[in-house]
Design a protein around this ligand. Structure first.
Ligand SMILES: O=C(O)CCC(=O)C(=O)O
Ligand SMILES: [Fe+2]
Length: 285
């Protein structure tokens, strides 16, 4: 029986990411490989999901909206917790690093534009969910945060940390001239064991558990960051590093809190206050 062909996105390299044939052998083998890699090392990559025209279009778009990035600065330990002076000074919870963050909010990426076009490509969300094997699985409904670009310029990169979310979906768009490798220590902690000794060795540059990924423009990465300590190595040169981040959550219609929004994106929209109000109502019931 004839099936309706999906409209192909000219920025996507379907030979690397065969979203047009989700029942096909190549697609199934790719999902299997991704699942195995996530189970083994908490990280899985599909290289080269963009065509050369796709990379060029995403870089152009990123350059155009980069001035709208919201820059925030803080000092943080790998756990994003406050200092605890009852612990010895070299404890991993007492290692604080400069973190600079520049997120281009999601409302800079128009429907039909290059980055949102990748997110909206038929089969994209389903592929991610099949690899991660998570349920429920919804797009983040936050109009400032569903798909963003993380822009980083010369400097210390993104220091060692554990994520507060279970998984991250990123697309490399442009590398800095030097540095910027993604370094991670797979499953260095578990829900039951913090493994501070090994974390300390990673922070001191003395662990043999650290893996390094040199992602290239067009590489799609799925990463389980809650238990794998990771960082983006320091960056050099004038060219900024751009990474697209696609966000999914386990609830429909979910948006960030007004506080978090203000901190990460520099703005708050009516929907953030409305949903915060609704959440408060629910709690008061
Ligand atoms: O920019 C990246 O490649 C990942 C940064 C990161 O670890 C994060 O946003 O939590
Ligand atoms: Fe992270």
């Amino acid at each position: 029986m004839a099936t309706t062909p999906i409209t192909l996105n000219r920025h996507l390299n379907y030979s690397a990411l065969p979203l047009h044939e989700p029942g096909g052998a190549q697609y199934r083998a790719l999902v299997e490989r991704m699942r195995r890699s996530l189970a083994d090392v908490g990280c899985a990559v599909v290289n080269n999901i963009l065509t050369p025209a796709g990379v060029a279009a995403l870089v152009d778009e990123a350059d155009r909206v980069a001035p709208n990035a919201h820059h925030s600065y803080n000092r943080t330990n790998p756990y994003f917790t406050a200092d605890d002076n009852t612990l010895e000074p070299t404890h991993p919870k007492r290692r604080f690093y400069d973190r600079t963050n520049a997120f281009v909010p999601a409302d800079n990426f128009a429907t039909g534009g290059p980055l949102r076009g990748i997110h909206d490509a038929p089969g994209f969300d389903r592929f991610i969910q099949e690899c991660l094997q998570v349920e429920p699985f919804h797009r983040y409904a936050d109009p400032l945060a569903d798909v963003i670009i993380n822009q980083a310029t010369e400097g210390p990169g993104f220091p060692w940390h554990f994520d507060t979310n279970d998984y991250t979906v990123t697309l490399a768009i442009q590398n800095a001239e030097g540095g910027g490798q993604f370094e991670y220590a797979p499953a260095i902690r578990t829900p039951h064991e913090e493994n501070f000794d090994e974390v300390r060795r990673v922070l001191d540059g003395q662990s043999d558990r650290v893996r390094t990924l040199d992602l290239q423009p067009g590489d799609l990465q799925l990463f389980l960051g809650r238990h794998s300590l990771h960082r983006v190595a320091p960056l050099t040169g004038r060219r900024p590093r751009y990474v697209g981040i696609f966000s999914y959550v386990d609830q429909p219609n979910m948006v960030a809190s007004p506080e978090r929004c203000k901190q990460l994106y520099g703005r708050v929209l009516p929907i953030h206050y409305q949903q915060a109000g609704q959440r408060a109502d629910v709690l008061l019931d």
